[in-house]
Design a protein around this ligand. Structure first.
Ligand SMILES: NC(=O)c1ccc[n+]([C@@H]2O[C@H](COP(=O)([O-])OP(=O)(O)OC[C@H]3O[C@@H](n4cnc5c(N)ncnc54)[C@H](O)[C@@H]3O)[C@@H](O)[C@H]2O)c1
Length: 258
């Protein structure tokens, strides 16, 4: 899809996968809305990448906040791409094992929180972005826009001890083909990326790079390291530009399996 004069929204745009994607989009001349709760990182990134990109304070747990961020993006130019790549606040209970090793049952509130952060919000961004994209003039092959969600390999084979996260990411994968079919008459595509372990803030908050590479990089068959956020971003850009990719989830994991 042609990106001249286009705008895009990246949720979690100040984070690891999101900021790499925002950078790649801005290099193509796209005006990017960096939709995130992290004001300091978000505004610094908007300044750095330029091209009319802006930070919009966005809480993914609020429908009004998502609606506002999408409206700002659509106001910058035709919204051609939405990339859903946010994290969220931690759940009320520690861990995600249905019955913990100490025998405690995982609360419904904790399960529902994680599903809200990773699945309900993904639906909400998708719905608002699709509504905005439907108003775009169609480009070649009747294309109006593309929505990229971030799943996880945990959505395919499950992450031990993470029932809510695996369920939420499995839900994202499950939406892809139906969304592609439902949005086809509008010329809007729907694709997800399922990353393996990619070195981002999510890891560097809890361990240093060497420890992360030793723990997670070692579990990747080839290349024997964690993924780089730019490997996610270049795939996202390819999905945006390749009109024949639709209704699927692409693994990005160096053949890693949990
Ligand atoms: N990094 C990996 O290995 C990996 C693997 C599989 C899936 N993923 C998925 O990719 C996505 C992004 O992960 P990441 O590694 O870039 O994480 P990250 O921690 O680097 O970035 C997450 C971003 O989300 C933002 N955020 C947190 N709460 C928010 C809220 N309420 N509203 C809006 N933004 C909020 C944070 O401020 C941060 O900028 C997540 O959905 C994650 O599950 C990541």
């Amino acid at each position: 899809m042609e990106l001249t004069n286009a705008s895009a929204i990246v949720t979690g745009g100040a984070g690891g996968l999101g900021s790499a994607t925002a950078r790649r989009l801005a290099q193509r001349g796209v005006k990017v809305v960096i939709a995130d709760v992290d004001e300091a990182r978000g505004t610094a990134l908007a300044r750095e990448i330029g091209q009319g990109s802006v930070f919009v304070h966005t809480d993914i747990l609020s429908e009004a906040s998502i609606a506002n961020a999408v409206a700002v993006a659509a106001g910058l130019g035709p919204l051609r791409a939405a990339v859903v790549a946010h994290g969220g606040p931690p759940p009320p209970d520690r861990g995600g094992r249905v019955i913990s090793k100490e025998g405690t049952r995982l609360s419904l509130a904790s399960f529902a929180h994680t599903v809200n952060v990773f699945l309900n919000s993904a639906f909400c961004v998708t719905a608002y972005a699709a509504e905005a994209m439907a108003k775009n003039e169609p480009l070649a092959s009747n294309q109006r826009g593309v929505i990229i969600n971030t799943a996880s390999i945990a959505g395919f084979e499950g992450l031990p001890g993470q029932v809510p996260y695996s369920a939420a990411k499995g839900g994202v994968i499950g939406m892809m083909l139906t969304l592609a079919r439902d949005l086809a008459p509008l010329g809007i595509r729907s694709v997800a990326i399922a990353p393996g372990t990619i070195l981002t803030l999510a890891y560097s908050k809890i361990m240093n790079e060497q420890e992360a590479q030793a723990k997670w990089g070692a579990t990747v068959p080839n290349p024997k390291r964690m993924g780089d956020p730019d490997e996610y971003a270049t795939l996202a850009l390819h999905i945006i530009e390749n009109d024949f990719l639709n209704g699927t989830t692409i693994r990005l994991d160096g053949a890693q399996r949990f």
